[in-house]
Design a protein around this ligand. Structure first.
Ligand code: HAM
Length: 433
């Protein structure tokens, strides 16, 4: 029986993996310009780290965790997101200490796991590029971090984006709003979806996020959280929008936007793709916000936080939707054609010498005839082909052909081993200039 990959996962194969590498390298290069440094945390965490951060009543924790008890009876979960693990490592490694730069700016990339219903852009193992900033209460941090996400997309050539923002205020603001929302929703209770009736009790703000058409109708006239912000919270949000305006960044305020994770307060944001060719319903490609209080919740000193994560799979869909091609062909510099058993060892030595000189080299391993080997060389787009027959081997020579021009020269085997670059430059430069 031939096995298939688990549902909601993907194999990333050569031909596609180059796009991933490109996205990752653009992310590294972008985050570096903003002075973010990488952290790598384990793929699995203690269940409590996630449940205490993300929240017990969220879909992520209550329905989607890949959790299990290990052989030592520890409650473990594959990480569903990166913020809680990074906060855990921030506290555990005392990254708030005086020897660390403040704010502490860090990024991560890697697989996350959620037991969701798979569809286009929604997987059970998906990949995030995420960033977190610790120790800044300055709204400029919110703005800089959102700008960095936009900058990343700009570097990829993605244009049709909508930055959507909202404020959830402080914990106290949210309590007041929560009550107002419950008061508003309760008369409609019978008409709400079963899920939302449950949310009304456990986590009323989540009703605002319901995809159910009837819920959506009811929610249209719900009170706005922005009317329940304290003066201080309002002023903070105003500073964020003022800064976005000052930097000529376009954005939309959506007072009904809430997030699927409980740790947020004040600024939250999502970036949606508005590419005309975007297929499928999920257009949120990046999301994040402020989470003052989470470091304390996980046992650290009071430290404000802000961050986001973007999905690599959704970035790839966006690139496609925008018709952006990523160069993913590998260039082979030299292909060595070896003819006859006797050339097998020398051919191996030759490709190694060429690689030692810093070039990409390939050879035949299947005893193909000259024609077949040249065909492969062409397929690989080899710049030069070196042909070694038994006669050449005996004479210590090899034929080197520049494929684009057909120009061929004979060179000494010893020269290829000693200084391939010189031979290569002679042939290539003489034709290409
Ligand atoms: P999130 O909204 O749960 O936030 O996920 C962020 C992004 O990850 C989404 O916008 C999407 O691009 C991608 N994503 C999430 N779930 C899936 C899935 N099942 N399949 C494919 N892509 C997915 C967080 O995870 C927060 N930790 C973000 C954050 C960082 N907030 C502050 N710092």
């Amino acid at each position: 029986m031939a096995y298939q990959k688990p549902k909601g996962t993907a194999d990333i194969l050569p031909g596609a993996v180059e796009k991933w590498q490109f996205i990752e390298s653009v992310a590294r290069e972008t985050f570096k310009r903003y002075e973010f440094h990488e952290v790598r945390t384990p793929i699995f965490e203690h269940y409590d780290v996630i449940s205490r951060s993300v929240g017990d009543t969220t879909d992520i924790v209550s329905k989607e965790m890949y959790d299990f008890y290990d052989k030592g009876d520890r409650h473990i979960t594959l990480r569903p997101e990166g913020t809680a693990p990074v906060v855990r490592t921030f506290v555990e490694n005392k990254l708030f200490g005086p020897e660390f730069q403040k704010p502490f700016k860090t990024y991560y990339m890697g697989p996350m796991f959620r037991y969701e219903r798979p569809q286009a852009g929604r997987l059970r193992q998906f990949h995030q590029l995420g960033v977190e900033v610790f120790g800044s209460e300055n709204p400029a941090t919110d703005v800089e971090t959102m700008l960095m996400a936009l900058d990343f997309y700009k570097q990829l050539g993605i244009k049709h984006l909508n930055l959507v923002i909202n404020s959830l205020g402080s914990k106290e603001d949210r309590e007041t709003y929560r009550q107002a929302l419950v008061d508003y929703l309760t008369p409609f209770k019978e008409n709400l979806s079963a899920d939302s009736q449950k949310r009304l009790v456990e986590n009323p703000l989540r009703v605002l996020d319901s995809k159910d058409p009837k819920d959506k109708e009811i929610v249209v006239n719900a009170p706005s959280i922005l009317d329940y912000l304290s003066e201080e919270s309002s002023a903070f949000f105003k500073q964020v929008t003022t800064m976005l305006d000052a930097l000529n960044v376009e954005y939309t305020i959506d007072h009904r936007m809430v997030r699927g994770l409980d740790y947020y307060n004040h600024t939250i944001f999502e970036i949606m793709s508005e590419a005309p060719g975007f297929e499928g319903a999920i257009t949120t490609i990046c999301a994040g916000g402020r989470y003052d209080g989470l470091v304390e919740e996980l046992g650290g000193p009071a430290t404000p936080g802000f961050g986001f994560a973007l999905g690599v799979e959704r970035t790839l869909i966006t690139l496609d939707a925008e018709g952006i091609e990523i160069p993913c062909e590998t260039e082979v510099d030299a292909y060595v054609v070896g003819l006859g058993e006797a050339t097998n060892i020398e051919t191996l030595k030759l490709v190694q010498s060429i690689r030692d000189a810093g070039f990409v080299a390939e050879r035949d391993f299947l005893n193909r005839k000259a024609k077949g080997q040249f065909k492969t060389a062409n397929k690989l787009n080899a710049k030069v082909v070196l042909t070694l027959g038994e006669t050449e081997l005996a004479e210590g020579k090899i034929q080197m052909k520049h494929m684009a021009s057909g120009k061929q020269v004979e060179v000494n085997l010893a020269d290829v081993h000693e200084n391939f670059k010189k031979q290569y430059d002679l042939v290539v430069k003489s034709v290409e200039g």
